[in-house]
Design a binder for this molecule. Structure first.
Ligand code: ADP
Length: 443
């Protein structure tokens, strides 16, 4: 603002003075035309005067060749001593401009002297002067306006700026105070600000989305902890019950044996459960790193079939191996083994005696597709989308009797996704189920 003000002031002063000088020049040129002569000496007739605004101080004066004054209006504004040097220079043919301070108030006058020509000869000098008072007054007024207007403008701009910034940044305040109020328990609140799609609007919406994600994650975590505790409690209650009953009175060694066997089974179940929970929590926190190596699909499938053969035979379930092409995948062998074991384990568990199950694979378009199929009880369509969720069991009572807690498929899905693959199920109740796993092949 200061630089702008200084610029305006200087420009104004320059152009006002230029105008004034031009006006004096014009007056001079006009007056010189009205010069009259007496005895060959030039003089100005009484009525010939510079045409200037009334209140402007001005004067005109005529010198003859010898430098003597022949007409003089300076007496009207107090005498101004003739500038003999300027008169002499003008007599020599130059027009001269100069400034002079006149009167008791030291008023600045701009003066111009110009030669009077008669028949090509210089016969005298015309001197025209005009006060620069008005210019100075205009400039003083300009300074005054700037002096008042600029502080007022600054003040208004500051308050306006504060007001606008306050309004624009109010959502930030709301975000801050909401963030302060938030805790893991109270993630239900949202900003819900109806802001336009600008930087702040996007920030507020992103903030809400982030809280929603956190809320969901916390809820999942809480649910997981609750389900896990519940699953841990059941075997412990059974163990406690069996021990209590056997301690009520003295019993045969055979009875103790049976009780211990029952307890042992429950403890096995607990160990399995604890193992599964550990796998899932470590998977959640990204603590499990894959030890990737090239795994031959045929080798691993035959290996898994060998492992489950005794369980299948015990249940009189026929195993079919549908050999696929020789192919390999980049995978963590232990996890891949666990994945196949989970699927085959389920197939045996949910297939009645006398049924069959088959394992096979195909390779195409850089992908290996593994299929585990059975002709067991199958899964109703409404359950199919949930069976990969943690602790989800279609038939709670039945699964428990068979030893499942509903974590096998959740772990399987995690293993498949950690290998950038996908898993899906096709099933019809009473006809059987087919689990399909698609994994990227080694090359
Ligand atoms: P579980 O430990 O109960 O077997 P899973 O996560 O392995 O838990 O499986 C979840 C549910 O999916 C099971 O309770 C069962 O109802 C269903 N399921 C899984 N595999 C099969 C299958 N081959 N045939 C029929 N139902 C199955």
């Amino acid at each position: 603002l200061a630089a702008f003000g200084a610029g305006v002031y200087l420009l104004m002063r320059h152009s006002l003075y230029e105008n004034l000088e031009e006006s004096i020049e014009n007056s001079g040129a006009a007056l010189v035309e009205t010069i009259q002569y007496a005895d060959g000496r030039p003089y100005l007739a009484e009525q010939a005067r510079v045409s200037v605004p009334e209140e402007t101080e001005h004067f005109s004066r005529v010198f003859d060749r010898s430098g003597k004054v022949t007409s003089d209006s300076t007496t009207a504004i107090g005498s101004i001593p003739p500038n003999t040097a300027a008169v002499a220079r003008t007599l020599a043919g130059d027009a001269v401009s100069y400034k002079i301070e006149s009167g008791p108030e030291k008023e600045l006058m701009l003066v111009r002297t110009l030669p009077i020509l008669r028949e090509g000869r210089i016969v005298g000098v015309l001197e025209v002067g005009q006060s620069a008072d008005e210019v100075d007054e205009t400039l003083a007024t300009l300074l005054l306006i700037m002096g008042v207007a600029y502080p007022v403008t600054l003040l208004l701009a500051s308050f306006g700026g504060m007001f606008l910034a306050g309004r624009a940044l109010a959502p930030v305040d709301e975000i801050t105070s909401l963030a302060r109020r938030m805790s893991a328990e109270g993630l239900a609140q949202r900003l819900d600000l109806s802001l336009p799609d600008d930087e702040l609007g996007r920030l507020a919406r992103t903030f809400d989305e982030m809280i929603a994600r956190l809320d969901e994650a916390f809820q999942r975590q809480r649910q997981f902890a609750a389900d896990a505790s519940h699953e841990l409690r059941t075997p412990l209650t059974i163990i406690k019950g069996q021990i209590d009953v056997s301690l009520q009175m003295k019993r045969e060694p055979e009875t103790y044996r049976e009780v211990l066997q029952g307890v042992n089974e429950e403890v096995d179940r607990l160990i399995r459960l604890a193992g599964n929970l550990l796998t899932l929590t470590r998977a959640d926190s990204g603590q499990i790193s894959l030890a990737l190596e090239t795994v031959d699909v045929g080798d691993i499938v035959t290996g898994v079939l060998d492992q489950i053969r005794p369980a299948a035979e015990a249940k009189r379930i026929t195993l079919h191996l549908r050999d696929g092409p020789a192919t390999s995948i980049q995978a963590d062998e232990d996890l891949l083994l666990q994945l196949l074991l989970n699927l085959l384990d389920n197939a045996i568990r949910y297939t009645p005696s006398g049924g069959w199950l088959s394992v096979g694979w195909t390779a195409a378009d850089g992908q290996v597709t593994l299929r585990v199929a059975d002709n067991g009880v199958g899964i109703h369509e409404e359950h199919q989308q949930y069976i990969f969720d943690r602790f989800y069991r279609v038939d709670k009572a039945r699964s428990r009797a068979d030893g499942g807690v509903g974590l096998g498929l959740a772990i399987s899905r995690w293993i498949v996704e950690a290998h950038d693959g996908l898993i899906r199920v096709d099933s019809a109740p009473g006809e059987g189920s087919t689990f399909t796993v698609v994994l990227p092949s080694a090359h």
